[in-house]
Design a protein around this ligand. Structure first.
Ligand code: NAD
Ligand code: IPM
Ligand code: MN
Length: 351
């Protein structure tokens, strides 16, 4: 039997609440099978920072890296908490993990499940995946500020786009598109204004397209992409875009397809040199933390992405089917975080 080591980072706020349900479902779907998950929990996040002053030490990073995969809840304290001023948990923990573990593919699928109400009057069929670059762009910390705090301050945050980095994520996105029925890829950027960064993305997409003649390709400026995500999301199959555009578009994608409580993601290192990390798209939601009302579905669907990534496609499909069935019958009834996790687990057990 196969043993898979899983690093679990529950994090802050609703992170631990939704991760508990994700693990409940993982345990159910692997129960009695020949794959066992050996879990190590890492207490990292704002809570840990406030206790010890550490965000992610070299030892933490080395220990997390020794696992086959990572499940993360959410990190980040209450925005504006003065005790966190100067600490940047998002950069020092979440982005440090994504960068150190070379998670250059941030995979964010959006599906409007039957029975889910979209805020769009006429959503049509929503089934697309955003391939967001995960290690470059304006996220890398290539910036600075001079004369800070004065009227003469100049603050720069420069986007980094390397030929190596753009090409590998674009090639991966073509592979994703090629494996889907519609085989369509949309590059989203802002080539009319960001001529250098946009230029390299456009050129690389055109070059790699030659290797994937079965994939149709189009291009949208990011502002127009937000229009079409609202007016005609059915036009999208695979979107490839940079780190920041991808961040923004995937919150919108979540909102049109049933809400942030359903949106799952994978931070993937396709080379397999480092463990990939799976997490809901949402954050620590300080406004509802501790109330037991967070929707754990995004965390549970992130577990499905994790299973899929590890080649456990059957288990992944069982989780997805149970979630789809639960969502279809959800209605307006309010259930607690743990009631939702238990209902999905029960469906898996019953099948
Ligand atoms: P957020 O995603 O935490 O919350 C936005 C809104 O969505 C809130 O009203 C919240 O209650 C709601 N929401 C989020 N998840 C939900 C769920 N599962 N069920 C029901 N409602 C849900 O975004 P924010 O408020 O901008 O950020 C809060 C903190 O989280 C910040 O510190 C931020 O930096 C951090 N953050 C972390 C991650 C991550 O760990 N991956 C992602 C985004 C934000
Ligand atoms: C996300 C989050 C992160 C991001 C933040 C918290 C660093 O918004 O996972 O979408 O911008 O990538
Ligand atoms: Mn985001």
């Amino acid at each position: 039997s196969r043993v898979i080591s899983l690093a679990v980072i529950p994090g802050d706020g609703i992170g631990p609440e939704v991760v508990t349900e994700g693990l409940k479902v993982l345990d159910t779907v692997t129960d009695g099978g020949d794959v066992a998950f050996e879990k190590t929990t890492f207490s990292l996040g704002a809570t840990r920072y406030l206790e010890t002053g550490d965000t992610l030490t070299d030892d933490d990073l080395a220990a997390v890296s020794r696992h086959d995969a990572i499940l993360l809840g959410a990190v980040g304290g209450t925005p504006g908490d003065p005790r966190l001023a100067g600490a940047n948990i998002e950069r020092g923990l979440l982005l440090k993990l994504r960068f150190s573990l070379d998670h250059y593919v941030n995979l964010r699928p959006s599906v409007l499940h039957p029975g889910v109400s979209s805020p769009l009057a006429d959503p049509g069929s929503i089934d697309f995946v955003v391939v967001r670059e995960g290690t470059e762009g304006p996220y890398v910390g290539n910036g600075g500020s001079i004369r800070q705090g004065t009227q003469h301050e100049v603050a720069n945050e420069v986007s980094v786009n390397t030929a190596y980095g753009v090409e590998r994520v674009v090639r991966h996105a073509f592979g994703v598109a090629s494996a889907r029925p519609r085989k369509h890829l949309t590059l989203v950027h802002k080539t009319n204004v960001l001529v250098f960064a946009g230029g390299i993305w456009k050129r690389v997409v055109d070059e790699v397209a030659a290797e994937f003649p079965e994939v149709t390709v189009d291009y949208l400026h990011v502002d127009a992409a937000t229009i079409f995500l609202v007016t005609n999301p059915a036009r999208f199959d695979v979107i490839v875009t940079d780190n920041l555009f991808g961040d923004i578009l995937t919150d919108l994608a979540a909102a049109i397809s049933g809400g942030i409580g359903l949106a799952a993601s994978g931070n993937i290192n396709p080379d397999g040199r480092f463990p990939s990390m799976f997490e809901p798209v949402h954050g620590s939601a300080p406004d509802i933390a501790g109330k037991g009302i967070a929707d754990p579905t995004a965390a549970i669907l992130s577990v499905a992405l994790l299973l899929d990534h590890l080649g456990l496609t059957d288990a992944a499909a069982r989780v997805q089917a149970a979630v789809a069935a639960d969502i279809a019958e959800r209605g307006e009834a309010t259930r607690s975080t743990s009631e939702i996790g238990t209902a999905i687990s029960d469906r898996i057990r019953a099948h």
